[in-house]
Design a protein around this ligand. Structure first.
Ligand SMILES: *Cc1c(COP(=O)(O)O)cnc(C)c1O
Length: 283
C-alpha cells in the first residue's frame, strides 16, 4: 500500500520544518486593515519561503483565508485588505455572512466543513467552492440543487489521512471508487483532494498525512474519469501549511494566522473533541 512507503520522497532537505501548533490560540487579533495587510504579507512570505525550499513556483499555491467564528466587521477588514475568497466551516454561519455582505459583489465563499444533506440547498445558493465532499448523498443533493439554481460548484473530495475516527473524509482506499461515481453529477466540477492532517507537534507525523494525500492524488490521476481533474491538493492550516507546501499543497487554508486566535476551542468545529490536548503540550 502506497501510504507507508518512501516517506521522504523529494523532501529530505525540508524534513526538519516544524509545526507551529504550539502557537495555537495565541495569534493576536487582527483589528485594522493594516493588521490584515501585515498578517497576509507575513503568511505569504512564509508560503514563498516554503515554495523556495521545495523548488516550487509561489504562484502554484493559493492562500484561502478562513474566517469562521469571526464577526462580519473582521471579514470586511479582510476584504478591504485584499481577500476575495473566504473559507467557512459551518454552512449556516457562512450563509448568514453571505447574506449580510451582498454589497461586496466580488467576495466569494468556500465551504470547508462537513455538510449534511439537508443543508446542500444553502451551499448551492451562495458558495463557489465546497472542499469537504465525502459521500454520494451529499453529491446528489448538491447537484440537484445546483441544477435548479443554474449554478456549478468547484468541489474537493475530503480524505481522512490521519486515520482518526474523529475526522471526516473518506478512507484513502475508498476514494478511487468514489471519484468514479462523480461524473454523474454534472454541476460539480471536481478539482482535487482535501485533508486535515493529524493535529500534532510531531512534524514527521503531520507530514505523513500530506505525503499520503499527494500520492493518492498522483495515483488517482491515472484512472480519473474524463472531465474529472485532480490537480488540486488542499492541505495545511496555520500550524502546518509550510510542511503542506513542501509536500505539494496547491491550496492552504489559513485562519488564525490571518484573523487571530479563535475564542472557541477546535472541539467546537471538529467532532469527538478535535485535537488531542496532549499533542499541544510542548516537549
Ligand atoms: C478552521 C479550519 C482551518 C484553519 O485553521 P487555522 O488553525 O485557523 O489556520 C483549515 N481547515 C479547516 C477545514 C478548518 O475548519
Amino acid at each position: 500500500m502506497f501510504a507507508t512507503q518512501d516517506t521522504t520522497g523529494g523532501t529530505a532537505q525540508a524534513a526538519d520544518t516544524l509545526t507551529r501548533h504550539d502557537q495555537h490560540g495565541r495569534y493576536p487579533q487582527a483589528e485594522t486593515v493594516d493588521d490584515f495587510r501585515h498578517n497576509l504579507a507575513t503568511v505569504q512570505a512564509r508560503m514563498a519561503a516554503a515554495c523556495r525550499r521545495a523548488g516550487r513556483d509561489p504562484a502554484s499555491v493559493r492562500l484561502l483565508p478562513v474566517s469562521k467564528t469571526k464577526p462580519e466587521s473582521s471579514l470586511r477588514l479582510a476584504h478591504a485588505a485584499g481577500c476575495r475568497m473566504l473559507g467557512e466551516n459551518k454552512v449556516q454561519e457562512a450563509f448568514g455572512k453571505w447574506e449580510a455582505m451582498q454589497d461586496l459583489a466580488d467576495l466569494q465563499w468556500s465551504v470547508i466543513g462537513h455538510l449534511q444533506t439537508n443543508k446542500a440547498r444553502l451551499v448551492a445558493r451562495f458558495a463557489s467552492e465546497f472542499q469537504a465532499l465525502d459521500n454520494l448523498r451529499v453529491a446528489e443533493a448538491l447537484d440537484r440543487r445546483l441544477q435548479a439554481e443554474g449554478r456549478a460548484l468547484d468541489v474537493f473530495v475530503q480524505v481522512n489521512t490521519s486515520g482518526e475516527a474523529s475526522k471526516y473524509g473518506l478512507p484513502p482506499d475508498e476514494v478511487q471508487g468514489f471519484v468514479q461515481a462523480l461524473p454523474a453529477f454534472s454541476a460539480l466540477r471536481v478539482r482535487g483532494l482535501m485533508t486535515l492532517a493529524l493535529f500534532s507537534s510531531e512534524a514527521e507525523r503531520v507530514r505523513q498525512c500530506f505525503v499520503l494525500l499527494r500520492r493518492l492524488r498522483d495515483q488517482l490521476r491515472q484512472s480519473a474519469p474524463a472531465g474529472i481533474s485532480l490537480d488540486e491538493l488542499s492541505m495545511g492550516m496555520s500550524g502546518d501549511f509550510e510542511i503542506a507546501i513542501e509536500e505539494g499543497a496547491t491550496v492552504v487554508r489559513v485562519g488564525q494566522a490571518i484573523f487571530g486566535a479563535r475564542a472557541q476551542p477546535d472541539s467546537f468545529y471538529w467532532p469527538a473533541g478535535g485535537p488531542d490536548p496532549a499533542a499541544l503540550a510542548l516537549p
